[in-house]
Design a binder for this molecule. Structure first.
Ligand code: PLP
Length: 509
């Protein structure tokens, strides 16, 4: 069974959320704008979920709008603030702000929205990142210095790559005498942190359902009472004319089930338990990989996120080693079309280039149980027992063979010494090639022509030649090359012929 440890990217849907969505699609399918019974039942559901969101987020006043997700919420908040700033400028307000600020580690949706609407509305304001320190926290002195000239400040509650929790009270203090509107992207905080939205004078807070066990395509936007608002979507007058479009009732029902689970406290672990889970995973990682460093101070981070780098190990290699053990984590770096780019978040924090390029993010869910975390720790330790993720135990190879029905097994021993070993035992019933290390160069082109997702596992008696072969193939560009590390290397016992590959041309070596 694969273990999913990429919850900051998205989460599975809670069973009760799935059931709620299905019930809406099957039975309570009404349009909440209709005035007959079917519509009124849908309307009642909408009102119930909104009320639950208000309780969970502790915001009795202001607007709580259903959206398609956080990107829409961010666009709406930025548009609203910028239309307000343009009105001030057009009214000849001599004190109209000149700056739009966003944290240097914000999700890209934020600077993209600021630049987009700044240009589209013809504002020409100066859009600038707020520097962050090595700990990922905003430079509050810098913010306070610029605060008098700012029209909108965007600072996330917690970072999606590192998990760093922003000092929202510090930011509020830096903005105390500023005219700035304030948006807090709260996507990664929901269910993990108390936000005190109303107490903190936050003007806009977008949320996303799929980061907390609801499906994709549903989200929330909180708008403080009295904060400027311009609809992004106009049309049929839904959501009190603030967000047009027939509501995504299945998504809203599912989100409602998640909010209910947050309210009843049965499904999600508390902060202390989540910290225990993270501590176990952190210890397993440190034991498994020497030279591992955490890229943000864990005590400043969400209790569900670990971002780390291992010296001398590219993030892709580390991800593949963990993947081979059935652990799904992600790169802490943004993937360009063809290559992994260093993480802009870690670069903004001023981490050394190798750390920013080698970063891996492990993020688990607030509902994951302790047994799953323990199994993940065991697999991490097993991964670390192999050299740099290149070597795999027989159990890991078996797991790999289950997940990839067509891995290529290669015996790199010379024909005269081929005898039963762990590799040949594993290869029972599976095609196995013979390619002695001395003839390796003749075979490389064939393996390099394989699709990149096909693993190639080399084996020999001791694990030494197979490690050389796997390393050579990786260096040539096939990332999923592994070496079977025998648990108990024994002398040859009986000769078992492997399926010979077509005889290569004689090579000088
Ligand atoms: N903000 C943060 C911090 C995120 O992590 C994400 C998703 O990755 C978003 C915004 C965008 O959310 P959505 O996928 O709901 O548009």
């Amino acid at each position: 069974m694969d273990i999913y440890l990429d919850a900051n990217a998205t989460t599975p849907v809670l069973p009760q959320a799935r059931a709620a969505a299905l019930a809406v699609m099957a039975e309570s399918f009404g349009n909440p704008s209709s005035v007959h019974g079917t519509g009124l039942r849908a309307r009642a559901l909408l009102d119930r979920v909104r009320a639950s969101a208000r309780r969970v987020l502790d915001v009795p006043t202001g607007q709580m709008l259903f959206t398609s997700g956080a990107t829409e919420g961010i666009q709406t908040a930025v548009l609203s603030a910028l239309v307000h700033l343009r009105a001030r400028r057009d009214a000849g307000d001599g004190d109209a702000p000149t700056l739009l600020l966003y944290g240097a580690t914000e999700h890209k949706a934020v600077p993209a929205a600021l630049k987009h609407w700044n240009q589209l509305l013809g504002l020409g304001l100066d859009v600038r990142p707020i520097p962050v320190g090595r700990d990922g926290l905003h430079d509050l002195a810098w913010l306070a210095e610029h605060a008098p000239r700012v029209g909108l400040v965007c600072t996330m509650a917690a970072n999606n790559e590192t998990g760093v929790i922003s000092d929202l009270d510090g930011i509020a203090a830096a903005l105390a005498h500023s005219p700035a509107l304030w948006m807090v992207d709260s996507v990664q905080a929901l269910g993990k942190l108390p936000l005190k939205l109303a107490q903190r004078r936050i003007d806009y807070a977008p949320f996303s359902g799929h980061k907390l066990y609801a499906p994709k395509g549903v989200g929330l936007l909180y708008v403080r009472e009295g904060a400027p608002f311009t609809p992004l979507l106009t049309g049929g007058g839904q959501e009190g004319e603030l967000r047009a479009g027939t509501e995504n009732m299945a998504g809203i029902a599912a989100l409602g089930a998640v909010l209910e689970a947050l309210e009843d406290g049965q499904t999600f672990h508390d902060h202390a338990r989540l910290q225990q889970h993270r501590q176990r995973l952190a210890s397993a990682l440190q034991e498994a990989f020497s030279g591992l460093v955490f890229n943000a101070p864990p005590e400043r981070c969400l209790p569900t996120t670990l971002n780390f780098s291992v010296q001398g190990m590219a993030s892709q290699r580390l991800i593949e080693a963990l993947d081979a053990a059935g652990l799904h984590v992600s790169g802490g770096s943004a993937c360009g079309a063809a290559q992994a780019l260093p993480s802009y978040v870690l670069e903004a924090m001023g981490l050394p280039a190798w750390q920013a390029a080698a970063a891996v993010r492990l993020s688990f869910g607030a509902a994951d149980d302790t047994a799953l975390i323990d199994e993940a720790c065991a697999r991490i330790r097993a991964c670390g027992a192999t050299p740099s993720g290149l070597g795999l135990s027989a159990a890991q190879v078996r797991a790999l063979m289950q997940r990839h029905p067509t891995p290529v097994l290669v015996d790199v021993r010379e024909p005269h010494e081929q005898a039963v070993c762990e590799g040949t035992a594993l290869a029972q019933g599976h095609a196995c090639e013979s390619a002695p290390l001395s003839r390796l160069p003749d075979h490389l082109a064939d393996w390099l022509a394989l699709p990149p997702e096909v693993p190639v596992v080399f084996f020999c008696q001791s694990g030494q030649r197979s490690t050389k072969a796997a390393r050579a193939l990786r260096e040539q560009g096939h990332a999923l090359a592994f070496s079977l590390q025998p648990a108990d290397p024994r002398p040859a016992a009986a000769t078992v012929p492997a399926t010979p590959r077509p005889a290569p041309e004689a090579s000088p070596h």
